[in-house]
Write a protein that binds this ligand. Structure first.
Ligand code: B12
Ligand code: SF4
Length: 525
């Protein structure tokens, strides 16, 4: 049997993440169906180079055809650069294949192929020896072949999106695994960078294999906790009803966290039962703005009072059923937004959203187009939406130094923009091979008729995040539960407790990864 290895790791919030690399397991499952022996190595960011080398020496054999690198987010870690260079020297005939939905997550890594997009079909084509590709060079000069899975080998409509884990994955019952219901979104919001948006027909998976996947994980590993990777879980009723039907038949009740469109939730009471039956009791709402003209400007325009009242009614309904947590995600600086309209939003949150979570970020319009990066319509034509470029000096008339607010949130962002303006002629320069997405994020310094980026940063730093009852009582964010639940004494229901009162089990997480590595390397002590 042909053999391959896929390494991956998801670095999200807090410390060394104990979240499994969802793309690595997905590609592994797909190739196993085609007769391959594929092993996944998780938490790659937490392995030392010696450990990765030892793992390779133990696993690589005559049948090993490829080393895969999975990048849900950036995997440009110093150790991985060193390791992949070593691997290529040691095993020159084995292909090195990177995969990500965001092309630059693997920038600079010495790959043979880079699969860009949902990668199942592209991977099959590469391994069959007959694949369409284009040749490229990373900024550091390394040549590689790009396989376009956003168009040529589009795997966004697969009816079987199951992930199967193996004994050698050492899954623990308290983990939060990723599950996919479908790929793409039926909407087309103006600021969105999702590749598969505006898809109007049913693009979701079949419910029978969802049932089998959840049952298998429950029976084999005791898994009941999931995060759903769909961009919008409730985009259409028929999909959630099918999945609710399958989940009702399970011998257990899962807990799930996922992205929900708040306006649809409020509009469609008939979806409430299906969402509850799915176990989707932890919801992330991309509200963007409670100022109606601003929300309208990006394609979300429900009347504000109706939306807010509806969310509160839904919150009461779900709370009466058991655990419920809802997160509001907002953007500061959409067209027509003013500091006063933001203040109104903040006042509503302080009054109505205590015990739930929120996050607000300044509007990000990328200033520099990176090749193959999906662009939002905002980024393609900022002027059409009323945005023009400004400078820190122009926005900050006194040229006053940035002062930290009580939570010290935005200094880095401010300094990054200022540094690029002052030192790099506005361009993003790759300072090191392993620089992060945050370091490279090109931020247009924008102004519009009602405000500008500097004003928004100042407002968020000194007013929004000044500290208040709502902020002090915030529970963990929906997609971060795994960081706590690695401690088996925590239950999903505990995740409504304010973060301050939930000790973060850092040591347990470190031990979990240590134990995983030990098992993978066959060490007894
Ligand atoms: C859940 C999620 C989050 C959660 C993650 C929590 C967690 N621990 O799971 C949170 C809320 C933290 C988050 C944050 C952010 N996110 Co997010 N997120 C997602 C989301 C919705 C699901 C991720 C997932 O599990 N996908 C399912 C798996 C199966 O997909 P995958 O890993 O990409 O694997 C496929 C391909 O990449 C490829 N592939 C992967 N590995 C391999 C290996 C090989 C060998 C091959 C051939 C192919 C291959 O094939 C796989 C299967 O088709 C995705 C969108 C999406 N639907 O995927 C966005 C997405 C990953 N996020 C995105 C963005 C922009 C962000 C933020 C920057 C947002 C922000 N402005 O703050 C941050 C960045 C965080 C960071 N660390 O840098 C972008 C791109 C990320 C990037 N540029 O690096 C995405 C793609 C959405 C989009 N299109 O805009 N996110
Ligand atoms: S912002 Fe959300 S709802 Fe809008 S197109 Fe993107 S994924 Fe869909």
């Amino acid at each position: 049997m042909n053999h391959g290895i896929i390494m991956g790791g998801v670095v999200d919030y807090y410390y060394d993440s104990i979240k499994r690399a969802p793309g690595a397991h997905k590609i592994a499952t797909h190739l196993r169906r085609e007769g391959w022996d594929i092993e996944v190595l998780d938490f790659v960011q937490s392995w030392t180079i010696e450990e990765l080398q030892e793992f390779s020496r133990q696993r690589v054999n005559k049948k090993t055809k490829f080393l895969g690198l999975s990048a849900t987010f950036s995997i440009r870690f110093k150790i991985l650069f060193e390791f992949v260079r070593w691997f290529k020297e040691e095993y020159p005939d084995i292909l090195i294949i990177g995969g990500s939905q965001a092309f630059h997550n693997c920038e600079g890594l010495p790959l043979d192929y880079m699969v860009h997009g949902y990668g199942e079909l592209a991977m099959s084509a590469i391994l069959s020896g007959d694949v369409k590709y284009t040749s490229h060079k990373w900024l550091n000069g390394h040549n590689f072949k790009r396989v376009d899975a956003t168009h040529d080998y589009m795997a966004a409509r697969m009816k079987n999106l199951s992930t199967h884990y193996e004994e050698r994955d050492y899954i623990q019952p308290q983990e939060v695994l990723t599950v996919e219901f479908g790929r793409g979104c039926i909407f087309n919001c103006h600021f969105c960078t999702l590749t598969y948006r505006n898809i109007k027909d049913d693009h979701s998976r079949a419910e029978d294999n969802l049932y089998t996947e959840l049952l298998e994980n429950y029976e084999k590993w005791g898994t009941t906790n999931y995060s759903i990777s769909d961009e919008t879980v409730n985009d259409y009723t028929e999909k959630i009803e099918r999945f609710a039907g399958a989940i009702r038949k399970l011998p257990f009740r899962p807990n799930m966290a996922g992205y929900i469109r708040g306006d649809l939730l409020v509009h469609k009471h008939k979806d409430w039962q299906a969402i509850e039956d799915i176990g989707l009791n932890t919801q992330f709402y991309g509200i963007e703005s409670f100022h109606r003209p601003s929300a309208r400007a990006v394609g979300k325009g429900m009347e504000t009072g109706k939306l807010q009242d509806g969310l509160l009614e839904y919150k009461d309904y779900m709370k009466s059923k058991g655990h419920f947590q809802a997160h509001l995600s907002l953007i500061a600086g959409l067209p027509h937004e003013t500091l006063d309209s933001l203040r109104e939003t903040k006042a509503w949150i302080q009054k109505n959203w205590i015990g739930q979570s929120t996050q607000i970020m300044p509007l990000w319009i990328p200033d520099q187009v990176r090749q193959y990066e999906e662009q939002s319509r905002f980024a393609m034509n900022p002027a059409k939406y009323g945005f023009t470029k400004t400078t820190m000096a122009e926005s900050n008339h006194n040229n006053a130094p940035f002062t930290d607010g009580p939570q010290k949130r935005f200094r880095k962002l401010y300094e990054g923009i200022k540094f690029r303006e002052d030192q790099q002629q506005g361009k993003v320069v790759y300072n090191t091979e392993e620089s992060s997405f945050q370091e490279e994020m090109s931020f247009m310094n924008w102004k519009n008729e009602t405000t500008n980026l500097y004003q928004v940063l100042e407002y968020l730093e000194h007013e929004w995040y000044a500290g208040d009852e709502q902020l002090w009582n915030e529970p963990p964010f929906p997609f971060s539960y795994h960081n706590w639940l690695i401690d088996p004494t925590y239950k999903w229901e505990d995740m409504k407790t304010p973060k301050d009162k939930l000790a973060l089990p850092k040591d347990l997480a470190a031990d979990f990864i240590k134990d995983y590595k030990r098992k993978k390397l066959g060490l007894t002590s």
